[in-house]
Structure formats: structure tokens, C-alpha cells
Design a protein around this ligand. Structure first.
Ligand code: 2P0
Length: 329
């Protein structure tokens, strides 16, 4: 058995948003989501299983990590060890080639890369579907980074058993997408509300949560249909609806990810659109705005967004590939 392997994975940005979980163990999303995997930004992860039992050893961006990050890694590796019938402790080295607190989905690329490297290192002959299911159990958005281009993660069944498989699936390849994402970074501070806790608070407190659960599946289906038809203006309209409904639902629970710079960047996107540019925005569990635009317009859009007060810098990303083993590592 090959006991060491390395993998690379890229973050993704959702057009129709995942927000909310089924009320059972296993991290099953309550709504479907659809994302674009990004190129240019990557997590690289190496996993090696030893022969001795004991605590796993994690190095994150060159530094020894313990506490919650290590616990989440060990939780995934325990599933891999159980499936492969191995017991040895693992050494994990993982690094992002983009700032971890830049507002890009480092948990999506991180758990996707870890799932690919760990299953390969353990000698499991799993297809991408099984590996995506494994990634979802640690971070649902990570399930989508297994695949490139546009990717869908269906909602979990209403009351799945904990071992029910649920994986993402590719919808359109990266080569079919003439889109760019401009990430407008508005702060380098870590996010104020972790996604899992914020979702729980939304489910408990938001009077709009029921409305969100009703709306999200139909928004998602319409958005997917528009993408398959190549109607990017419609995709943009529905993606903005999805993001605003998600954030409205969170606001009704008493918190918001939006800051002044978030609103100013959104207004800039709307202004560019009024001038005829096919551009639209989305916002995730942080204050940064992500603008989607056809590639030909990306330089002008990036310049306009860079000039927004409160936007520290912009990062330009193209559609990217799914997670993969790095053979020569
Ligand atoms: C998404 N987000 O669809 C949504 C939109 C944030 C806002 O998926 O609890 O870190 O680990 O399953 O994957 C962030 O959620 O959450 C996320 P968990 P995850 O991209």
C-alpha cells in the first residue's frame, strides 16, 4: 500500500448558496447549491500514514497546528483509517498559495485536497463521488471543489441516516465558461461568525428561515437551467437573488456579514451594469464582494472595484479544475 500522497485543490464560489443544514448528524445541506471552482488559487496537501497509533501531526502554512483545525483533520482521517483498516498516526502538511484570511473559501479547497490526498495515501480506490462525500462531511462547500467548472451539491434527503452518501456533481466544464471572478478583499481579519455556528443561529432565530428553505431549491433549479442555456444575465440575476435572500435571512437572525465596503462594492457593480457591463455580485460568509463578469470586461471591472473606498485589493480568478492527486510530489 502506498502510504503517502499529495493533492491539489482550488476554492469555489457559490452562485446559488448553501445555507442551513438538515437537523440530523452528518453535515447534510438543507438546500442545493451551485458553484464555480476557481483557478489560480490552490491548497496543496501531503498526507503520510505511519505505523504507530497516536495523535496526528498537522502543519498549516508551515506552522504546527493544534486545537480545532487539528481535530477537524483527525475527524476526516479517522473515517479514512476505518475504511482502509489502518491505525497509524498521520503527518499532514498543507499550505494555501493565497492568504488564508483573504475571504476566499480556504476550507473548501483545504478539505477537498485533504480528502484526495488521504484516500490515496491510505490505498482506497474511491471514485470522485465517494471522495466528494467524504469532503462534505467536514465542510459541505469542500464537496464541490472535487470537480472543476460549474458544480452542483444537491440538498440532503429530509432525514438521511448518517452514512447516506451525498456528493457534488459537475454541471459544466471550466472550458465552457467565459467568466472571471473579481474578489474584492475588504479586510484581512478572520470572519466574525463561523459558517456552521451562523447557520445554526439562523435556523434557530431567523423568522425568514422557512422562507429561505422554500425559495432556495427553485432559485437553484432556475439558475442551473439558465447556466446550461448559456443565459449569463439570467444566471447573474438569480445569483444576486440567492445571495441577498441568504444574507436577508441571516440579518433576520440578528447578524450580518455586510460592512460599509460590502455595500459600496455592490453599488459599484450595479453602476457598471447600468453602463451596460454584464457583471453581477455575490457575497459569502464574510464582508468581501465577489463580482462575476465576462472575461473581456474583467480588467475595467477590476479597476473600478479597486477604487472603491474600503476595498483593500482585488484578486482576479478564472474557472478552474477539480481536486487531483499530484503524482510527482
Ligand atoms: C456556499 N457558504 O454555498 C455558502 C455561502 C458560505 C456562504 O458553504 O458548516 O464552510 O463546514 O459545511 O462549507 C460555507 O460553508 O460550512 C459555505 P460547513 P462551509 O459557499
Amino acid at each position: 500500500v502506498n502510504r503517502e500522497a499529495a493533492a491539489i485543490a482550488h476554492p469555489n464560489i457559490a452562485l446559488s448558496k448553501y445555507w442551513g443544514k438538515r437537523a440530523v448528524p452528518g453535515n447534510f445541506p438543507a438546500v442545493p447549491s451551485l458553484s464555480m471552482t476557481l483557478s489560480g488559487l490552490a491548497t496543496r496537501t501531503r498526507v503520510g500514514f505511519g505505523n504507530e497509533p497516536g495523535p496526528d501531526e498537522l502543519r498549516l502554512n508551515g506552522e504546527r497546528a493544534a486545537g480545532e483545525p487539528l481535530a477537524r483533520v483527525t475527524e476526516m482521517l479517522d473515517r479514512v483509517r476505518a475504511a482502509a483498516r489502518i491505525t497509524g498516526r498521520a503527518k499532514i502538511e498543507t499550505a494555501n498559495d493565497f492568504p488564508t484570511a483573504s475571504g476566499l473559501a480556504s476550507s473548501a479547497s483545504g478539505f477537498a485536497a485533504l480528502a484526495v490526498a488521504a484516500t490515496r495515501a491510505a490505498g482506497l480506490q474511491w471514485d470522485s463521488w465517494r471522495v466528494s462525500d467524504l469532503a462534505r462531511r467536514s465542510s459541505a462547500s469542500a464537496a464541490r471543489s472535487l470537480f472543476g467548472g460549474l458544480v452542483e451539491l444537491p440538498a440532503g434527503e429530509f432525514a438521511p441516516s448518517e452514512d447516506t452518501l451525498l456528493a457534488a456533481r459537475p454541471v459544466l466544464p471550466a472550458s465552457a465558461l467565459d467568466l472571471r471572478v473579481i474578489v474584492c478583499v475588504t479586510t484581512d481579519a478572520p470572519k466574525a461568525h463561523g459558517s456552521s455556528n451562523a447557520m445554526r443561529k439562523t435556523a434557530e432565530k431567523s423568522r425568514l428561515y422557512g422562507a429561505w428553505l422554500n425559495l432556495a431549491p427553485s432559485l437553484h433549479e432556475s439558475l442551473k437551467e439558465a447556466a446550461l442555456a448559456g443565459d449569463w444575465m439570467r444566471v447573474g440575476e438569480l445569483a444576486e437573488d440567492s445571495a441577498l435572500a441568504m444574507h436577508g435571512c441571516a440579518l433576520a437572525a440578528g447578524f450580518s456579514y455586510f460592512r460599509d465596503a460590502t455595500m459600496m462594492a455592490i453599488e459599484t457593480v450595479r453602476g457598471l451594469r447600468q453602463q451596460g457591463m454584464p457583471i453581477f455580485f455575490t457575497v459569502d460568509a464574510g464582508p468581501h464582494v465577489k463580482a462575476f463578469v465576462e472575461s473581456a470586461h474583467a480588467p475595467r471591472a477590476a479597476q473600478a472595484l479597486n477604487d472603491v473606498p474600503g476595498v483593500l485589493r482585488t484578486t482576479l480568478c478564472a474557472p478552474g479544475d477539480g481536486a487531483a492527486v499530484v503524482e510527482d510530489a
